[in-house]
Design a protein around this ligand. Structure first.
Ligand code: GRF
Length: 212
């Protein structure tokens, strides 16, 4: 499976994918990284790993999408991964990637779509929080959820400590989901998620899946 990763910033999730590929437990080809920010640190991570990059910064969204589409066609990707990509894409663009575009979001969707998820979870007195990997559809953070990785919120947690803890869970989850997609263990058929040919009623849910 050939993938492209869209980023806007630090790119630690991109790094988790790069590491998984380098350590040979994730069998995908990272064809390239697209950023809408010229100073995204994820671009440095990609370049260090010898991965092609494309920066389309300071453009209106339709221009960004036209350039991104051309680039993805050149790279011939099978799957697009939004990993910390902080720009809302148009339905017309997303329609090109139905069932092959995924996003990692820092909450247990459908709770806390959008921004500032950690503080909102604390303010609501949630006992649990985490991250979700889902298919991308025209509606923001609302596509079918593939898998989630959750944790207990501790009384002493702040938005910053939660962000750090959730990031660790993201790094364990996202490369694994990519592996299942690459192996075609996970797919949508008849509008239903399937794992190993069985329809799934609910997303896969892990509790503090992480690795030392
Ligand atoms: C992650 O928390 C991800 O869930 C959200 O943006 C953040 C990106 O972090 N969509 P990084 O750039 O991968 O470090």
């Amino acid at each position: 499976m050939r993938i492209a990763v869209f980023i806007s910033g630090n790119g630690s999730n991109l790094q988790a994918i790069i590491d998984a590929v380098h350590n040979k437990w994730l069998d995908v080809t990272i064809s390239g990284v697209i950023s809408n920010k010229a100073d995204a640190y994820g671009l440095v991570r990609a370049e260090k790993a010898g991965i092609a990059t494309a920066v389309f910064a300071g453009k209106k969204v339709t221009t960004f999408e036209k350039l991104a589409l051309e680039q993805l066609e050149t790279w011939q990707v099978d799957c697009v991964v939004l990993a910390g990509f902080m720009r809302v894409l148009t339905p017309a663009f997303i329609d090109n990637f139905a069932g092959i575009m995924i996003n990692i979001h820092p909450s247990l969707l459908p709770k806390y779509k959008g921004l500032d998820t950690h503080q909102r979870a604390i303010d609501a007195g949630e006992a649990y929080h985490g991250c979700s990997v889902h298919f991308v559809t025209a509606e923001l953070d609302a596509g079918k959820i593939i898998a989630q990785n959750m944790l207990h919120i501790h009384p002493e947690d702040t938005a910053a400590s939660l962000a750090e803890r959730v990031h660790t869970l993201e790094h364990a989850l996202l490369p694994r989901v990519l592996g299942w997609l690459a192996d075609q263990r996970f797919y949508i058929a008849h509008d239903t998620l399937h794992l190993d040919q069985f329809p799934l009623k609910k997303p896969l849910c892990f509790f503090e899946l992480s690795f030392v």
